[in-house]
Design a protein around this ligand. Structure first.
Ligand SMILES: Cc1ncc(COP(=O)(O)O)c(C=O)c1O
Length: 338
């Protein structure tokens, strides 16, 4: 019998890339951006959701009425909600105050039961509090199913199978560096497994948030959704990446705003981190010649956060963002669509 989730293989898209021409510190560079916002629910997590559900269905069929529970910063929730609705299953999404308002509204509009946690976990975020709530929900409801994006092999597997090969094909023969944001680390682990298997020379760079425990050791307050975590990744080994760059909230947001002002392209905060990390290396001693930046989502869901002055003031980083923008402009940063 054909699995009810067979259609999930087409639940995400072969996402497009475009060249971005950048001036920074007196040099011109050409970066390739891969836009995961073109996926059906608007982020890279359409891929992860499809992988997780395919594997869950293999383990025990996802029959109509099945309730799936997951901890999410928002994007995976939107992707799971969309795909579960197609097979008449239901999602309970455990989210926290960093989930952007637009994402919260979209989850509610999709009929998702949203469970908010608001106690910080003591490691710069709310991830551990969210996971505690998921465990409590599953313990009290034995029928609930938890994909567990933090531990399921399906997470890196789907990126090894899809995102990695797309990057190699689109990056072309000159591709020499790939920049990937990390939270669970699944995206990076899967892409890296593919890249390592086809070309050992392509540099893989993990882009993390300052204060995150994925590649760092000192927890700190973080405001951006989707990037960073309160504990190390279950998927990443030192072999998976050649370097890690940690980017602060203000630097990421400044880059997002400059890009939007120069080109009209609005990206999410984790993409801002990825671009910032790439710029740092482009200004370094051994700049990549043909880098690709994986952009996990677009700016649409961050209009009330990353792109909102009032929000920057509320979280106390308005001045820091203003200074970062000024500094980057003084360093000659300009973007132009290629
Ligand atoms: C916007 C955004 N960027 C980056 C990531 C990081 O992906 P991963 O969890 O595979 O490390 C996520 C994951 O939720 C995300 O939503």
């Amino acid at each position: 019998m054909l699995s009810r989730v067979a259609h999930l293989e087409s639940a995400f898209t072969d996402t497009p890339t475009a060249v971005l021409v950048t001036e920074y510190r007196g040099r011109e560079h050409h970066l390739r951006l891969k836009y995961e916002s073109f996926n059906p629910s608007g982020s890279i997590k359409d891929r992860t959701a499809a992988g997780l559900l395919m594997v869950m269905d293999r383990q025990a069929p996802l029959t109509p009425g099945t309730v799936v529970v997951e901890s999410t910063s928002g994007n995976l929730g939107l992707a799971l909600a969309r795909q579960l609705a197609e097979i008449d299953c239901r999602l309970i999404a455990v989210i926290d105050p960093k989930t952007p308002p637009a994402t919260r509204d979209s989850l509610a509009a999709a009929g998702v039961e949203v469970c908010h946690v608001d106690s910080p976990d003591g490691f710069g975020g709310y991830q551990l509090t969210r996971l505690e709530r998921v465990r409590a929900l599953c313990a009290g409801n034995p029928g609930y199913r938890w994909p567990n994006q933090y531990a399921s092999f399906a997470n890196p597997w789907i990126h090894q199978l899809t995102t990695g090969p797309e990057i190699v094909a689109q990056g072309g023969p000159d591709l020499d560096a790939v920049y990937v944001a990390v939270s669970t680390g699944g995206t990076l682990a899967g892409i890296s497994a593919h890249l390592r298997s086809v070309d050992q020379q392509i540099r893989v760079v993990a882009v993390d948030a300052e204060g995150s425990m994925v590649t760092g050791t000192a927890p700190g307050r973080r405001h951006l959704a989707g990037i960073g975590a309160s504990r190390p990744s279950a998927f990443l080994t030192p072999y998976a990446y050649d370097g890690a760059v940690r980017v602060g909230d203000a630097e990421s947001i400044a880059v997002c705003r400059i890009l939007r002002d120069d080109t009209g392209v609005a990206l999410g905060g984790s993409s801002g981190c990825v671009l910032r990390a790439c710029l740092t290396e482009l200004a370094g001693d051994q700049p990549p010649r043909s880098p690709l930046c994986l952009c996990p989502d677009g700016g649409d869901r961050y209009q009330a956060t990353v792109y909102d002055d009032a929000w920057l003031t509320t979280v106390g980083i308005a001045e820091e963002v203003r200074l970062a923008e000024t500094r980057l402009r003084n360093d000659g940063l300009r973007f132009q669509n290629g």
